[in-house]
Design a protein around this ligand. Sequence first.
Ligand code: SAH
Length: 392
Amino acid sequence: MTSRKTIKLKPKEGRRARAGAPWIFSNEIQMDAAAKALAPGTVVNVAGDDGQIFGSGYFNAKSLISVRMLDRAADTIIGTGFLVRHLQRALAVREAIYARPFYRLIHAEGDGLPGLTIDRFGDTVVAQISTAGMELLIDPLLAALEKTIAPANVILRNDTPSRALEGLGEYVRAAKGEATRIAVEENSVRYFADLAGGQKTGWYYDQRDNRAFMAALAKGRSVLDAYSYTGGFGIAAAKAGAKEVVCLDSSAPALAIAEDSAAANGASCKFVKADVFEELERLAAAKETFDVVIADPPPFVRARKDLEPGAKAYRKLARLASAVVAPNGFLLLASCSHNIDMERFAAECAAGIARTNRRAALIRQAGAGPDHPVHPMLPETAYLKALVYALD
Ligand code: SAH
């Protein structure tokens, strides 16, 4: 163990990391030749300027986030045993919450495993690796999965563009079994998800509780599910007794899956392939309204530099969406951009709704479900924001 390299912080740096924050940035580190020579993802000890080691992490000189902390002890062995301990803990938390094995099993730093997300769909898991450090741990990870839940299919969906920041290429492969269209069970609804070709891991578990909330409101009402993807909100609403549901998305493959899911649930929905902004303007011009409107767009603030244009886009969406909410209706506005915080997002939504001169009451402020735990010292892990308004 004496062979493990130590990364030293600059003088006065590291207060947050010592207190348990999981990221250390490149400007906080003594980036000497020995550090630069370490292969991306190497497991290291981390020490302050005084030489005192305060934890283990993995290191990538190429990345702006140079160290991601893994443990608060020196020389922690990072291998199958370490991963098994984290998987078991994460599993215990999910099993305390959900009756069936359909959930996000690992939410990166929130579950103590930076660079890794795993979604579980019964005996199939989809893993997504975003860092060089985690990429080096693929074999122990597969062994740890075998020892914990022994899934029939393990799909590596390693095709997120952010991998480039870590010097990693993109690929999708089945490490075990095969990638197919599978069934997802959520809130007593059965959906389909395309694990190899779909977005992210093929399904967005993060909106589960918000889908249930909106489905309960939808009974007997008309619903517009804008940015429906594969119908997460819309089909739940239809199953809960909505009188009419329109799912709106620009992706034909996503709508095709939604259509099959609706049929499998005996739910009747209409599917419209269109650009949401254009369609909302058309509906408003035609004076068509819905009792419940859901708008769960892709991230409008992809990078910090996009904050102002992104914030403006959220305000515009709030304005256009509230314009098609029927009197005494409900509106959900969501953002999955971690680069805009709840306060700013809520302010933009309020400003957008105000443009339609409607009185609005905020009745729910929510984030992702509990299978997306937030690291208490990394607010970025709380990326999802969902606001529900009652409009007069
Ligand atoms: N609400 C969904 C997730 C939405 S993901 C759920 O509950 O699962 C965002 C969706 O927005 C994607 O399906 C994408 O195809 C769609 N999208 C992106 N830009 C769009 C646009 N301009 N108009 C319509 N849909 C768009």
